[in-house]
Design a protein. Structure first.
Lengths: 173, 168
């Protein structure tokens, strides 16, 4: 370590001016002897079982949280509050897949990308509404499987088209 | 929670969603890692990193005000970072090629796509412990070597016939 407490690697190999730093020359996550114990524990059936239980028991909490975000998303859609729409869609895209609603995560991600690309420009109310309703249907269990996937693909195509139209008109987004 | 404990290990979880943060922390606890610092975005994450000097970091990608890519750049470049070589595992729902490349170019060590699975998380943690990657310091980049494929005919640190190699 240097005076500032920063780790400096020892031993340098330069390739076209780029310095190659071997993993032996900077601090390991843990000493080799400890690493063997850690990996054995990580790969044990006992750890796998315990960890699967953690994921399973978190699913209900995730689902309840997701339903809360979807509710707030609906209210933000009514008010066409883009900041709140983005915030809620962002939470949904981060949580949906782990809560068992992958496709709602994809739809929410599409909504985030759409709002982000608007860059302060006017939003198309129908595009927002279609996304929000589709997410609501997936999380409520009304749409699932192939139907939900087709809707997600159509929504992606819609976002691409709307952003293309905005660009052609010289509007932001 | 029973199982072996690894009291000397410290991890940092940087994730803006409290539920996801809790899940990651609990999974690390299940691995026997009890010292898990937490932060809700990159700015807070960097402060925690400086305060706790973790052995590895799990970070989300999309966060405000500072996202996971900026956070990674800061960890790799800042003089204040206690260990610029610290393994950074990015947990992300974004699988678009440009976002993954941006994360890699910022110096991320491993990437896990959401949804989080036990196998996905543990395989990345095992990777950073068992196979630490060499680092590259170039004019525009500092981070783990981005070349993953190893060619059988490759015999040295250089990749091209006319590469200039200097050992110091």
């Amino acid at each position: 370590m240097n005076a500032a407490g920063q780790v400096k690697a020892q031993g340098k190999v330069l390739v076209n001016g780029a310095e190659m730093i071997s993993s032996e020359s900077y601090p390991a996550v843990m000493p080799k002897a400890e690493a063997a114990k850690f990996i054995a524990n990580l790969k044990s059936d006992d750890t796998a079982k315990r960890s699967e239980q953690v994921i399973a028991s978190s699913r209900d909490t995730m689902r309840a949280a997701l339903e809360g975000y979807v509710k707030t998303l609906g209210a933000a859609s009514q008010a066409l509050d883009l900041d709140e729409l983005f915030a809620q869609a962002h939470e949904i895209r981060g949580l949906a897949a782990t809560a068992g609603f992958d496709v709602a995560g994809k739809m929410a991600n599409g909504l985030c990308l759409y709002i982000d690309a608007l860059d302060g420009g006017a939003a198309d109310r129908a595009t927002i509404r279609l996304h929000v309703e589709a997410i609501e249907r997936v999380v409520s269990g009304e749409d699932a499987g192939a139907i939900a996937n087709v809707v997600a693909e159509e929504l992606t195509a819609l976002v691409i088209r709307k952003l293309g139209e905005a660009k052609a008109l010289g509007l932001p987004g | 929670m029973s199982g072996k404990q690894f009291d000397y290990l410290k991890a940092l979880v940087v994730e803006d969603n409290p539920h996801m943060r809790e899940l990651l922390r609990t999974l690390l606890n299940a691995l026997g890692i009890k010292k898990v610092a937490e932060a809700a975005d990159g700015t807070e994450g960097f402060k925690e990193l400086c305060a706790t000097a973790p052995d590895f970091v799990l970070t989300d990608l999309s966060m405000k005000p500072m996202d996971g890519i900026e956070f990674t750049r800061l960890v790799r470049a800042s003089e204040d970072a206690p260990n610029p070589y610290v393994p950074i595992v990015m947990v992300t729902g974004h699988t678009e090629r440009n976002r993954i490349e941006a994360a890699r170019d910022a110096g991320v060590t491993e990437i896990i796509a959401k949804p989080i699975t036990v196998q996905g998380l543990f395989s990345r943690v095992a990777e950073i412990v068992e196979r630490p990657r060499p680092f590259v310091r170039a004019e525009q980049f500092f981070g783990p070597d981005r070349r993953r494929r190893i060619k059988r005919e490759f015999k040295g640190p250089w990749k091209r016939f006319d590469d200039e190699v200097e050992i110091r």
